[in-house]
Write a protein that binds this ligand. Structure first.
Ligand code: SF4
Ligand code: FES
Length: 364
């Protein structure tokens, strides 16, 4: 069998040899770091993904050794394969940075910007993308698009206003599960993710659409409003799962001994390492269900990494020295609120936590 030819490609002045057929995005991922363009729709584990969001645009300043002409337009790096001798500019191109800013502005046109109440906040690709590449203002003056609320089942919550039409969830349902039950209805501005005739999504691998969704359009109902993701501690864990396609390797999001959420483990590109079944995700919410391996590796730049430092020292409290006496609190929150009562397990409350759940002597 003949060996696969290697092509030399230079991205932002860094040269690397990659097998022929590699996309520019994957070549950049092999280099790593800032050279890698962001990707909101491409997902290496899903066939045919990519080419929808345009966040991965790059400039090809030299087509190849044989034909060194630059490509006339910016190209989607997730869909363009490298040629031998190709030269690509990502962060070294003004044009790319400007175009990416425009793409972020478009993605945010109809986005509700409800991060303060969105469960995805803190781990949202769109939030990160806007911080890194967006502008602080919008020029959009019209009413944002809205949709009829749709119930797609007991485990997954759909917020269509947050969707960026990346198609990842559709490919996930199509490629991982036995039945495809949802898809994109209508076209253009009216396009929306929906189930056929309002059916619910309930097959045994469908929970993975939550993990692949880059925004808060598909979230876990069993975790909804229970906790902020940066207050929970991610740990890697596994169990013997009976499902033939699930290896039971997951990430638990814990607070103390409570398991608030179970997700698949994600790699450095924010992609699921291996898909998990619904049983592991939605029905194994006790620490005793799992063999805990240890803390998950989280990027230092992520808000989730807050509170994960080991060996840190608590700074001394100096306020009484500064003001010369003990400060007087108007109200001691821990005395008037039941929120911190250890006997209330927030992860076990059905639905979003409500003030009724914390009234002394109430049902919980
Ligand atoms: S619901 Fe999420 S995964 Fe599905 S198309 Fe919209 S943004 Fe993409
Ligand atoms: S990641 Fe390339 S177009 Fe979306």
């Amino acid at each position: 069998m003949s060996e696969q030819p290697q092509f030399k490609v230079t991205i932002d002045n860094i040269t690397i040899d990659v097998p022929a057929g590699t996309t520019i995005l994957n070549a950049a991922r092999m280099i790593g770091g800032d050279v890698t363009p962001p990707a909101m729709c491409y997902y290496s584990k899903l066939k045919d993904s990519g080419g929808k969001c345009r966040t991965c645009l790059v400039e090809v300043s030299k087509g190849s050794e044989k034909d060194p002409r630059p490509m006339p337009k910016l190209v989607a790096s997730c869909r363009t394969t490298v040629m031998d001798g190709m030269e690509v500019k990502n962060i070294t191109s003004e044009k790319v940075l400007d175009a990416r800013k425009g793409v972020v502005e478009f993605l945010l046109l109809n986005h509700p910007l409800d991060c303060p109440v969105c469960d995805q906040a803190g781990e949202c690709d769109l939030q990160n993308l806007s911080y890194e590449h967006g502008s602080e203002v919008t020029r959009y003056e019209f009413k944002r698009r809205t949709f009829e609320k749709e119930d797609i089942g007991p485990f997954i919550s759909l917020h269509m206003t947050r969707c960026i039409m990346c198609f990842r969830c559709v490919y996930t349902a199509e490629q991982l599960t036995e039945r495809r039950e949802h898809g994109i209805l209508e076209r253009g501005d009216h396009a929306q993710i929906s189930t056929l005739l309002g059916k619910s999504l309930d097959n045994d691998f469908i929970g993975n659409v939550i993990d692949v969704c880059p925004v808060g359009a598909l979230t876990d109902k069993t975790f909804r409003f229970k906790n902020r993701v940066w207050f929970t501690k991610p740990v890697d864990a596994h169990r013997d799962c009976n499902h033939e396609k699930c290896n039971g390797k997951v990430r638990l999001w814990m607070r103390g001994e409570e398991v608030f959420r179970v997700t698949a483990r994600k790699d450095q590109w924010g992609e699921v390492e291996e898909f998990i079944c619904n049983e592991c995700r939605f029905h194994k919410k006790e620490a005793k269900d799992w063999v805990i391996e240890g803390p998950s590796v989280i990027k230092r730049s992520s808000v989730i990494a807050q509170g994960h430092y080991v060996g840190t020292m608590k700074p001394p409290v100096l306020i009484d020295k500064v003001i010369g006496k003990q400060p007087k609190f108007l109200m001691e929150i821990h005395n008037v609120s039941d929120v911190n009562k250890p006997e209330i397990e927030l992860s076990k409350i059905d639905g979003p936590a409500h003030s009724d759940d914390f009234v002394q002597g109430s049902k919980k």
